[in-house]
Design a protein around this ligand. Structure first.
Ligand SMILES: Cc1cc2nc3c(=O)[nH]c(=O)nc-3n(C[C@H](O)[C@H](O)[C@H](O)COP(=O)(O)OP(=O)(O)OC[C@H]3O[C@@H](n4cnc5c(N)ncnc54)[C@H](O)[C@@H]3O)c2cc1C
Length: 465
């Protein structure tokens, strides 16, 4: 646990009503919400530029009840979303968080667009898949998390949010369980303190903390971490230090689509549009679409810990403008092969196995893994990309209520501590398999808005008790 120290008023010369630890999507959205409520806000971000896993992401988040969905005639609501979440997680997800995201995610996107000029469009190339029964994936125009972060930073500048970079939050100064100030360190070793009425923890999860991974997700202790290295669970530990409870700490998002050796995150659309994943024997090993996150561990379990995404020219053309695929094309020779033997030879895949695999794909009805191929059959020329599995981000964290207040073990609120995004318990249950696409950023943006709004109401509520 991170230290929580007694607050000494003499140490606190600067006071900002709302302080936010962490400047990823959650922190910046929380800051915008608090500014909208007329509060001064300070974001303390450890890195030289606000980036985080948000900037590494594909920039696609699931949202329910957005204007974009309505424009495209998508009939969706919070009840349907909660049903999907509960089905995907076998009833283990936190229903409070599932409902919070189901109710608030669409309005959060509409608000970002109307009030702050940050637009996310429904991605009509993402049909309902991987647990979503409706089209829910919304993307930023540049189709990347970096693009989304740049837009959020610009919105924060316009709104007058103060962002202090290279400021790593290290301690909470408290009176009992009330946060009075936070302490942060600078790269030159100096330590500064800022007083606040409310603190929002938005430092994401603990993927960058090997000790915490070994403790909470031992199965992935040896797996590669492909998230923001600076996410070491410090916000979660600070919250725990103040008495905050945690849940679903074993939950995480894995992905079996990290290109090897380039380390680029391949978009799941290659699979959604009909691609398959095979191992070095040329054999498929799972229903590629039933568990986007659990597929990471399945790929790691293959010989050499690798697999190949096999697709064709149709899929190549459809995905050609995806930024990550463009990036891959700049560093790898992506080419089509006239037949299976030449592709297999080039990629060291067993040609007989691959030929048998392609021949086995049924033209209708479910295959041996239960996958129904409702897309055109793969035809030559074929293409392949080598991938591995990795842990992308953790999904467990501090328990929060409908207003993003951090809760204690007895269910009571900590008076002025809030959490969101990867620092809070998500809605994906207790393992990797409950993850629905777009859940990470959905938590960041939805909880960020809710937390910023509620934090801006203090200290009135705090004084009222
Ligand atoms: C490769 C990849 C692809 C992904 N793709 C998607 C996707 O397409 N859709 C989706 O929904 N999710 C995706 N995710 C998950 C998603 O990116 C995260 O769930 C989400 O970005 C979390 O947002 P956040 O604001 O909580 O954390 P972050 O964006 O990680 O921000 C946390 C910030 O806190 C800072 N910080 C950490 N500790 C401290 C400290 N002590 N003091 C001050 N600052 C601190 C960090 O430097 C960081 O900037 C992906 C993740 C990865 C890694």
């Amino acid at each position: 646990m991170m230290p929580v120290l007694p607050a000494n008023p003499d140490d606190i010369s600067v006071h900002v009503p709302v302080v936010i630890a962490g400047g990823g999507a959650c922190g910046l959205v929380a800051a915008l919400a608090a500014r909208d409520a007329g509060r001064d806000v300070l974001v303390l971000e450890a890195s030289p530029i606000p980036r985080g896993s948000s900037a590494m992401s594909l920039g696609a988040l699931c949202a329910v009840g957005s204007r974009e969905q309505a424009l495209h005639g998508v009939d969706d609501d919070a009840d349907r979303f909660v049903d999907d979440v509960m089905r995907k997680t076998n009833g283990t997800a936190d229903p409070i968080i599932a409902r919070l995201v189901g109710r608030e995610s669409g309005p959060a996107l509409d608000w970002l667009h109307d009030r702050h000029g940050v637009s996310l469009r429904l991605d009509t190339n993402w049909p309902p898949a991987f647990g979503h029964s409706r089209m829910r994936l919304h993307v930023s125009p540049g189709r990347s998390g970096l693009d989304l972060m740049d837009r959020l930073i610009a919105a924060c500048e316009n709104a007058g949010v103060m962002i202090l970079t290279e400021a790593r939050v290290t301690d909470i100064l408290a009176e009992g369980d009330i946060v009075r100030a936070v302490r942060y360190s600078r790269p030159d070793g100096t330590v500064e303190t800022v007083g606040c009425d409310a603190l929002v923890l938005a430092t994401c999860g603990f993927g960058g903390n090997r000790g915490m991974i070994a403790e909470y997700i031992p199965d992935m202790a040896e797996a590669r971490y492909f998230g923001w290295e600076g996410n070491r669970g410090e916000g979660i530990l600070l919250g725990m230090g103040l008495g905050g409870a945690v849940g679903d700490m074993s939950a995480y998002q894995g992905l079996g689509l990290l290109t090897e050796p380039q380390g680029i995150d391949l978009n799941p659309r290659f699979l959604i549009e009909g691609g398959i994943q095979v191992n070095s024997a040329g054999r498929r090993f799972a229903h590629e679409l039933d568990d986007i996150s659990g597929q990471g561990a399945r790929v790691i379990a293959q010989p050499g810990g690798v697999a190949w995404v096999v697709y064709d020219e149709r899929i190549h053309a459809s995905c050609a403008d995806l930024p990550q695929y463009v990036q891959l094309g700049e560093v790898a020779a992506l080419k089509g092969y006239a037949d299976i033997p030449s592709l297999a030879r080039a990629h060291n895949i067993d040609p007989m196995g691959l030929a048998a695999t392609l021949a086995e794909i049924p033209s209708h009805g479910p295959d041996a893994f239960g996958r129904v191929f409702d897309t055109p059959a793969l035809v030559p020329p074929f293409r392949a990309v080598k991938v591995t599995g990795a842990l992308f981000h953790t999904q467990g964290g501090l328990l929060i209520d409908q207003e993003a207040h951090v809760l204690r073990n007895d269910g009571k609120r900590l008076p002025n501590l809030f959490a969101g995004g990867g620092s809070a318990r998500g809605f994906t249950g207790s393992n990797a398999s409950g993850y629905l696409p777009g859940a990470g950023l959905a938590c960041a943006i939805t909880m960020g808005r809710v937390a910023g709004r509620a934090a801006a109401r203090l200290p009135i509520q705090l004084l009222d008790g």
